[in-house]
Design a protein around this ligand. Structure first.
Ligand code: SAM
Length: 304
């Protein structure tokens, strides 16, 4: 096994994980989406949550933005398969013509740069990604600008102060140790076969994963930040999501997590190491699943 096997490191596998799908469904079900007509889905990934939003907002069109062209390509395929009219590239930046309901426009770009006129949308979402944004004040300010007064801003995140109970922290710590040991064994086998060892070269990540560098806010801090940026929080919910070894292996295989956890190793190898050691990590704590809490917030943009 001294050659790194090709691996699917996209978000697709975790996006289909049952525990994750249920959590996303439950988040979306709490949102008042029926009257919404223009959704902006930031860090949209493969569209896993955007599709749930569209299913519950029958009058809406959706703009999706993501930094990663691979995820945008997958999102385009997924939405087209569901029968939506999909626009990509420069065309996707234009506001869809009036009456162009069920249009999905997908753009490669940053959630922190919103090239849309003021008050373009009546719903802005960022699912499972707000923890990746360092400047949360700046993000909330930009969202307030593109959102109509009375429009909703909603996000879910599994990375905030309070997301991991102590046992979960222990399992995640063991997971990292097991995965690092797995890579060390892989490297030793390469050396034994006369090939160069695996070296860790930090600072080369394409997506600059920052979930672990950014400060994690408490729910109360989120409420305060949103209030200061012109929002009123309508709903704040913490959801306990249970991950078994399948869920952990799926999320570990995702490049976003693999790059963050094992920064500097070849991403496909990091992805395999985490996927292959998820069950061991749970065993080490003598548990079959871990509780990972999700924060869900829905806020409305105040009129002034
Ligand atoms: C965990 S995935 C979530 C995808 C999707 N929202 C979902 O819930 O299924 C995080 C996504 O955020 C994207 N991302 C990270 N930083 C970003 C940024 N600054 N602007 C836009 N997208 C970003 C990644 O490329 C990735 O697709």
């Amino acid at each position: 096994m001294s050659v790194i096997a090709p691996t699917d490191t996209t978000y697709t596998r975790f996006a289909e994980d049952q525990a994750y799908v249920q959590a996303n469904n439950a988040f979306v079900e709490r949102l008042p989406l029926a009257p919404v007509t223009r959704i902006l889905d930031l860090a949209c990934g493969t569209g896993a949550v955007g599709q749930l939003l569209m299913a519950r907002a029958p009058k809406a069109s959706l703009h999706g933005i993501d930094l990663d062209p691979v995820q945008i390509g997958l999102a385009a395929e997924n939405y087209a398969r569901l029968g939506y009219t999909v626009r990509v590239g420069d065309e996707a930046l234009a506001t869809p013509p009036a009456g162009a309901q069920r249009t999905v426009s997908l753009v490669v770009g940053s959630a922190e740069v919103l090239p849309f006129p003021q008050a373009t949308f009546d719903c802005v979402t960022i699912a499972n990604a707000i923890h990746l944004i360092a400047d949360k004040d700046g993000l909330a300010g930009s969202i307030a600008r593109v959102l109509q007064p009375g429009g909703i801003f909603a996000f879910s995140s599994g990375f905030y102060a309070g997301c991991w109970p102590p046992v979960t922290q222990q399992v995640y710590y063991e997971w990292l140790k097991e995965a690092t040991a797995w890579i060390a064994r892989f490297s030793a086998e390469r050396v034994a076969a006369g090939e160069p060892p695996i070296r860790r070269v930090r600072g080369k990540s394409y997506l600059s994963p920052v979930a672990y560098q950014n400060r994690w806010l408490t729910p109360a801090e989120w409420r305060e930040l949103l209030n200061a940026k012109g929002f009123e929080v309508l709903d704040l919910n913490e959801r306990a999501v249970m991950f078994d070894h399948h869920s952990l292996a799926s999320v570990g295989a995702y490049s976003g997590l693999a790059e963050a956890q094992l920064a500097g190793y070849p991403v496909e190898l990091a992805s395999q190491a985490l996927a292959n050691t998820a069950a061991l990590a749970l065993e080490s704590a003598n548990v079959t699943s871990v509780q990972h809490n999700w924060l869900e917030i829905c806020a409305v943009r105040r009129a002034s």
